[in-house]
Ligand binder design. Structure first.
Ligand code: IPE
Ligand code: IPE
Ligand code: MG
Length: 255
């Protein structure tokens, strides 16, 4: 099978790109262990992969990219690992913001970022403000993110914003509810990628991935390159999405 970028790119149908690609970046620790390095070396190496997918997605014209960087459950890790992850996030932004901006990308975050260290929040706010008037790809970084936390946050916001009145008025719709999620106004992921082989969603975008196509690779996150993104999109474009219905040919057959 062709695996070179130059072989893969022409196989992508630019008129049928996923509107939103969401990635569970996993396997940094295993990447480091394989090399006899501390786990944080894996996180550092993972930054290259972030650069690859941000660039690769923007070049293709993917409208929304969401990367899962830190879950609400990741606080259970050793304090030193959490501190390093936050430090790396700041470093990444410091180094890449100019490039992100130049590529017309809109940087955003999803998650309970108000619980992050003030210095991290300041860096994030800078990135969001600088790129807010751009018109290209939306790049969401999920930080202190949990799918259940997001739904609970949405319910609480709804209650504060006239939820009772809405309930008395016949209840709310799915569309209305989605406006209270962190991803309000954005399309749901069409493609969910997870690296390093784990077959679970780990509390990521629970509402939004209802009909996402899932693509899992054994490649560890620090080894993920543009060609892996292209492979995922090519595989996605070969899938038949039915949304609970039937394939078109079956619809015309009398039973
Ligand atoms: C993903 O890599 C990065 C984060 C969750 C922050 P891991 O750190 O989970 O790597 P493994 O799963 O231990 O290999
Ligand atoms: C999911 O990876 C969270 C992120 C990628 C940020 P984890 O490594 O935390 O997930 P589990 O623990 O294997 O489910
Ligand atoms: Mg992991």
């Amino acid at each position: 099978m062709a695996t070179e970028v130059s072989d893969l790119l022409p196989q992508i149908d630019r008129s049928a790109l996923p509107a939103h690609v969401a990635i569970i970046m996993d396997g940094n620790g295993r990447w480091a262990r394989k090399r006899g390095l501390p786990r944080v070396a894996g996180h550092r190496a993972g930054i290259n992969a972030v650069r690859e997918v941000v660039e690769g997605s923007a070049e293709l014209g993917i409208p929304v990219l969401t990367l899962y960087a830190f879950s609400v459950e990741n606080w259970k890790r050793p304090r030193s690992e959490v501190t390093t992850l936050m430090q790396l996030l700041k470093e990444y932004l410091n180094k890449e913001l100019e490039n992100i901006h130049r590529n017309n990308i809109r940087f955003r975050t999803i998650g309970r970022t108000d619980e992050l260290d003030a210095s991290v929040q300041a860096e994030l706010d800078k990135g969001i403000a600088k790129t807010s008037r751009n018109s290209g790809m939306i790049f969401n970084v999920a930080l202190n993110y949990g799918g259940r936390a997001e739904i609970v946050d949405a319910v609480n916001r709804l209650l504060r914003n006239g939820g009772k009145a809405a309930a008395d008025n016949g209840g709310i719709t799915e569309e209305h509810f989605a406006q209270y999620l962190y991803t309000a106004g954005q399309p749901d992921p069409d493609l969910l990628i997870r690296t390093s082989g784990e077959l679970r969603v780990s509390n990521f975008l629970l509402w939004q991935i209802a009909y996402a196509e899932i693509w899992v690779t054994d490649t560890l996150w620090p080894d993920f390159e543009k060609r892996h993104l292209y492979e995922a999109i090519i595989a996605y474009q070969k899938r038949e999405r039915r949304y609970g219905g039937l394939e078109p040919a079956q619809m015309t057959i009398e039973h």
